[in-house]
Design a protein around this ligand. Structure first.
Ligand code: HMG
Ligand code: MG
Length: 298
């Protein structure tokens, strides 16, 4: 069966923008987040408190967060280490996310650490966040394929998922960073996680749409009981430290499918499309989302 309701974790302002070459003005990002909140999205990942040299586009994290903190929605932020957590807590953030990798190659490229060194880096972040009553998401990248290592063995993914949960993460997000997963692989991974006593209620899925599989993969995950789905308005995005990563599953494409299935998301699709069209004008290119194109005159 399928769930009655799905919570969309909107990542457009973070994953969507982090790879943009031209600097997007802080005021435009803040207006983007504000418009997203106006569509009914309840969880809007705002920015990352990472090293500004690593992700220059998000170097304005403090200013951006301060500009949207009043919105009546959850505004999770990425924090790789204690320095990032300090910055987020100083602004009153109530939801943070650490981001691990299932592969050594990407842990090195994205975090300058081995997998186990990165877990050691996250441990005090999660402990301190939990002590402050802050909700912690644990992202896990490269759950399916890795640009350097190829197909990623399921047990390798299960091990890091377990470590993140045992550390105290409240939820996990299974990342197909480069968009190579197919539905059978998704079903196999979710089955293996179930076998390792990872509760499906703690799992979200995070698909990039490189090979056009993101919606099919999402449907496979919903059929296995997942109810949290990451998506990016207009299909913006890509990871600067993973070659061949393209945009995330477009939120509009997701809402269109869920609406057709009778699954409630609380999102106003027309307003969302209008927001992505507005953002596309700022970025100077049309949205790659099929649903945005179908419902607008881009
Ligand atoms: P490092 O060079 O090993 O850092 O980078 P370090 O710990 O050695 O510190 C070096 C200097 O950086 C120090 O300054 C620190 O204070 C400073 P110094 O003492 O030399 O003057 N520093 C910081 N400054 C500001 N904020 C911070 C911070 N941390 C250290 N938080 C580090 C390690 C983790 C910092 C770096 O690798 C990094 O920032 N990586 C972030 C990469 C990133 O953001 N990638 C994109 C997000 S992940 C993603 O997109 C995937 C996802 O969408 C899921 C999926 O699709 O799979 C989530
Ligand atoms: Mg991503």
């Amino acid at each position: 069966g399928l769930p009655a309701r799905v919570r969309i974790h909107e990542v457009g302002a973070r994953d969507g923008l982090q790879n943009e070459k031209a600097t997007v003005a802080t005021a435009v990002k803040a207006e983007f987040v504000r418009r997203l909140a106006g569509t009914g999205l309840s969880t809007i990942e705002a920015t990352s408190f990472v090293h500004p040299k690593w992700v220059p586009q998000l170097a304005d994290a403090e200013d951006l967060y301060a500009a949207v903190a009043d919105l009546p929605v959850s505004l999770p932020v990425l924090v790789p280490n204690e320095r990032g957590l300090d910055r987020a807590l100083a602004l009153g953030a109530r939801r943070v996310a650490v981001f691990a990798s299932a592969t050594e190659s990407f842990a090195r490229a994205n975090l300058n650490r081995t997998v186990d060194e990165s877990l050691a880096m996250f441990e005090p972040v999660v402990r301190r966040a939990k002590a402050e009553g802050v909700h912690v998401r644990g992202y896990l990248s490269m759950c399916f394929g890795d640009p350097w290592e190829g197909a990623v063995p399921v047990p390798q993914v299960v091990r890091v998922c377990r470590a993140l949960l045992d550390m105290g993460c409240d939820e996990l997000s299974l990342g197909d960073t480069i968009g190579v997963a197919t539905p059978g692989h998704v079903t196999a991974l979710l089955g293996a996680l179930d076998g390792a006593d990872v509760p499906v209620a703690a799992l979200g899925v995070h698909f990039h749409d490189t090979y056009g599989q993101a919606l099919s993969n999402t449907l496979a995950a919903l059929q296995r009981g997942v109810t949290t789905v990451d998506a990016s308005a207009g299909g913006l995005g890509g990871c600067p430290y993973a070659k061949s990563a393209t945009g995330n599953l477009a939120t509009e494409d997701l809402v269109w499918m869920l609406r057709g299935l009778g699954i409630d998301t609380g999102v106003d699709l027309d307003r969302l499309v209008a927001t992505s069209v507005w953002m596309a004008a700022h970025l100077g290119r049309p949205s790659p989302s099929r649903t945005v194109r179908a419902l607008s005159h881009q």
